[in-house]
Design a protein around this ligand. Structure first.
Ligand code: ADP
Length: 792
């Protein structure tokens, strides 16, 4: 609107100057609101001259007006002059170079002048004093509000970020936040920054869709809070992640009515993780978990989906320990299983002594399924004011366990079966191998005797040595097998210790002599005439094993000492043997293993020695069977000492003592011209036996099997029958039985590749007089013949 400037007349100005209040006149000239008059009272109020005041209002006003009010002032004055909105309004303005604002209030009145101008007659008042008092009140109020907000932020240890944001001015106005939030951030920047930290795309989307401009404005308007939970990058260590809750509260700044947002970011990681864990635990591990407050007996239940509809009607409640409530919760089944143990006093007492209470039981679920359940009860924490009860189903693992046990049992049965087969196989093998061994050793010994050629004699001797070695190996293997399967039975008999020791001595001394070793025996005095009950063969085997090792693992010209003494013990006497040598010794690291089957230490010192690695294992096993003991001390390169303790039964009755005194003198002459029936199916073995017998001028008839032997015995009288056991058509046992039906006198000597206790016993039980093992030992054969024919 363009008009001419209105000139205030003298009369008008004098009237206005007389008025007590400050009155100014404004006019809109070419879109500029100008002050065209100020009365005296206004000059006084503003403390300015007329020109100063008019200049100030027309040129500088907006520079000194408070930035929040300037725009408002401009718009409003223009509207007033157009008559659009006539009312009051105030604005803050710095007057006369002051740092503080004065609050100026204007009340407008639009006047149309006679010459057609529109002028604003404005009553102005200075409300600074009032404002100040009002302002302090508001400031105090808003400070209180702010402090409360900040305090909230400060006291909550889980609060990580706190931002005060002025939504109206779109800027951060305070708070406590990390460096990645810049003070210059706008609302958009702030949201974008947070959104970038969210990990899950879904959660990102929810974040964006929730915090839209529109929604935030709406919330700010209605002062509703916003709360969001999501997973974000950790604030400090960006590599890890954490669960957070974002809370935004809104309020107005009472000072300027701006919309404020208070933003809080809480660390709820542990809460969420516990929650997730609980959910997970419940779905995957537990049927349900209950938390029971011991102060008021109230309970909360977290329950797995599967069990939700099962038998639990109440998930949360009071009076946990009351029978009725428990029945409601567990159902009758449980009550009968757990009964009084779920009693509060019982549990508290139990948990004061134990870390947890646990009980397993079975229940029938869904009418037919047997389920294995475990209830575990623990205090939740040190406060001990609430307990946690968790029920776990272990049916599956129980079934697995049962299946495993069944498999194990089956495997054991299989293993036992395999072991029986192995024992049988080895026994058969032993028989089948002994038979040709008999031939090899027998024929070679004839070779040694008969050949004149020195070289051939040597060859035969070597064949015999090797065969005997092979035979020993075979015996060891069989022994070990029998010991492992627990089928070795000790055959205790009265034994004269003196003869036992001298027999062993004669065997091992030859070996030591061959190596030019010094072999000594230290005996204490009381061993003379000592009769003790032992398994002679096995005791010999033990001592010969250890003594032979001492010889084997000691170099030429070394020494071996066998110290024997007897100690009296309660029920048995103890034979204590110390066998020491100055041989190669055993390293400390290998010492613990020497009694293991197949163990052999092969160092430079002992590598050339032959052996099966079974000798000491057999020895130890036999000693265990006898309740005896073996120990070893040794130093590599210096020698070893084995201490063997053998308990021996005391021989008390005179009868027992007599047996041993009966002495057999062997008169080979009685064998001359004797008639012997040799029953043997194997040609070579028959040949060997025949030759041995003929060497003593015995007359030999040969039967090829048991049946033939029976017939021949009926037809002719013999001085003795030598009977092989395993034969075609009729075996030796059956043949002996048949013979004994009619003939009780003719001695029968079993000759068999099977030489175990039970084989011997079987032979004796069908009436045979003796049992000799193959390969045939010529001397043993002769002695047995002499003994049996003589007694006949
Ligand atoms: P082997 O048939 O190998 O002799 P043994 O079971 O009798 O088996 O002995 C096991 C191992 O213990 C031997 O291989 C040897 O290394 C060691 N050993 C046994 N006796 C002695 C000893 N007197 N001196 C040194 N080493 C020994």
């Amino acid at each position: 609107m363009t008009t001419h400037k209105y000139v205030v007349s003298k009369e008008e100005s004098s009237v206005l100057n007389k008025l007590p209040g400050a009155i100014c006149i404004f006019q809109d000239i070419d879109d500029d609101v100008l002050m065209i008059f100020a009365n005296k009272a206004s000059l006084k109020m503003f403390n300015m001259s007329y020109d100063e005041l008019v200049n100030f209002y027309n040129k500088d006003l907006y520079n000194f007006t408070h930035p929040e009010d300037a725009n408002n002032l401009k718009v409003k004055t223009r509207k007033m002059l157009r008559g659009e909105n006539l009312s009051d309004f105030s604005y803050r303005v710095k007057l006369n170079g002051s740092e503080d604002y004065s609050l100026i209030h204007e009340r407008w009145n639009l006047v149309r002048t006679d010459d057609g101008c529109e002028i604003g007659l404005v009553a102005m008042s200075d409300l600074t004093r009032e404002m100040k008092s009002q302002d302090t009140k508001i400031r105090l109020l808003s400070k209180k509000y702010d402090d409360a907000m900040r305090n909230k932020a400060r006291t909550d240890t889980n609060l990580m970020t706190f931002i005060q944001f002025d939504l109206t001015e779109d800027r951060i106005i305070g708070g406590d936040f990390s460096k990645d939030i810049k003070v210059s951030f706008t609302w958009k920047d702030l949201l974008q920054n947070e959104c970038n930290n969210i990990i899950d795309e879904n959660q990102k989307l929810i974040f964006k869709n929730t915090l839209t401009e529109e929604y935030v404005r709406e919330c700010a308007y209605s002062s509703n809070g916003i709360s969001l939970t999501y997973k974000r990058k950790a604030i400090v260590d960006k590599k890890s992640t954490m669960w957070v809750r974002l809370d935004i509260n809104f309020s107005d700044n009472p000072m300027n009515n701006n919309n404020l947002a208070y933003i809080y970011l809480y660390d709820i990681n542990s809460e969420v993780v516990t929650d997730i864990f609980l959910k997970y635990a419940i779905t995957d591990i537990y049927d349900y978990i209950q938390r029971i407050d011991l102060n008021n007996d109230s309970y909360t239940t977290f329950i797995s989906n599967i069990y939700k509809d099962k038998y639990l009607s109440r998930l949360d409640g009071n009076d946990y320990f009351k029978q009725k409530d428990r029945k409601d919760f567990f159902g009758y089944q449980y009550l009968s299983k757990l009964g009084s143990q779920l009693n509060k006093e019982y549990l508290i007492d139990y948990l004061s002594k134990n870390d947890k209470y646990s009980k397993d039981f079975t229940i029938i679920e869904d009418e037919s399924n047997l389920k294995y359940k475990r209830i575990t009860i623990k205090y939740v924490d040190e406060l001990k004011d609430s307990i946690c009860l968790a029920q776990q189903d272990f049916t599956e693992s129980m079934i697995e366990e049962l299946e495993k046990n069944m498999k194990l049992e089956n495997a054991l049965k299989e293993a036992e079966k395999a072991s029986v087969i192995k024992t049988k196989f080895l026994a058969n093998m032993s028989h089948d191998m002994r038979t040709p061994m008999n031939a090899i050793i027998g024929l070679s010994s004839f070779g040694v005797e008969e050949t004149k050629e020195i070289k051939s004699k040597e060859y035969f001797k070597q064949i015999i040595d090797s065969s005997e070695y092979l035979l020993n190996l075979l015996n060891d293997l069989l022994d070990m097998n029998k010991l492992e399967s627990g089928s070795v039975i000790l055959n205790n008999q009265v034994v004269d210790m003196k003869s036992l020791i001298s027999e062993i001595q004669s065997i091992v001394k030859t070996k030591a002599d061959n190596k030019k070793q010094q072999f000594t025996i230290t005996l204490n005095k009381d061993f003379n005439d000592k009769l003790l009950k032992i398994d002679k063969q096995r005791v010999q085997q033990i001592l010969i094993n250890v003594l032979s090792n001492a010889i084997k693992y000691t170099n030429k010209n070394g020494y071996i000492n066998w110290d024997v003494r007897f100690e009296k013990a309660d029920k048995k006497d103890l034979m204590i043997n110390k066998i020491s040598d100055n041989g190669v010794g055993i390293s400390q690291e290998n010492l613990p293993y020497i009694f293991d089957a197949f163990y052999q230490e092969r160092n430079n010192l002992s590598k050339s020695e032959e052996g099966s690695g079974l000798g000491l294992a057999i020895t130890k096993n036999l000693l265990e069977l006898m309740d005896g003991d073996i120990k070893c001390t040794s130093k590599l390169g210096e020698g070893s000492e084995f201490t063997i303790t053998i308990p021996m039964g005391k021989c008390e009755s005179e009868d027992e003592k007599c047996i041993i005194k009966e002495n057999v003198s062997y008169e080979y002459s009685i064998l001359y011209n004797k008639k012997i029936l040799l029953c043997e199916d194997n040609n070579i073995n028959a040949k060997i036996a025949r030759k041995m017998l003929e060497q003593q001028n015995i007359k030999v008839d040969l039967a090829c099997n048991g049946e033939e032997a029976c017939k021949m015995v009926e037809a002719k009288e013999y001085d003795c029958i030598i009977m092989d056991i395993k034969m075609p058509v009729m075996d030796g046992i059956t043949a002996a039985k048949n013979i004994r039906l009619k003939d009780n006198n003719t001695p029968i000597i079993a000759l068999s590749a099977n030489a175990y206790e039970e084989d011997i016993n079987e032979s004796l039980s069908v009436g045979m007089n003796a049992h000799l093992a193959k390969p045939i030992d010529k001397e043993k054969l002769y002695k047995s013949l002499i003994k049996n024919i003589k007694g006949n």
